[in-house]
Design a protein. Structure first.
Length: 101
């Protein structure tokens, strides 16, 4: 007779997403990260694990952030929307997401 193993409880999974964030102003990006982006991510129950600033072209820059967040309806879209709702951010997009636990 096969053993009945207890089933693992299914809860929200933890996701890791790579977000590309284009600021409205190219100056003071570290300050923007600390005062705007990190608090917005925290409000969405996420955590900015790492980030770096990357040149795009003609003096434009973007922030590439590795963000950890809990899985929820809409995937990463609610966080993208919350970031783009901030006047200091021109565009925010998750370019890659994976389940980490």
């Amino acid at each position: 007779m096969p053993e009945n193993k207890p089933k693992k409880k299914k809860g929200p999974k933890t996701l890791m997403g790579i977000f590309e964030i284009i600021p409205d102003d190219m100056e003071g990006l570290d300050e923007l990260m600390e005062k705007v982006i990190k608090p917005t991510v925290k409000e969405a129950d996420g955590l900015v694990e790492t980030y770096h600033v990357q040149d795009i072209a003609f003096g434009a820059k973007k922030i590439v952030a590795r963000i950890i967040l809990k899985e929820r309806d809409g995937g990463t879209q609610p966080l993208e929307d919350a970031l783009m709702a901030r006047e200091e951010i021109q565009r925010a997009e998750c370019s890659m997401v994976s389940i980490i636990s």
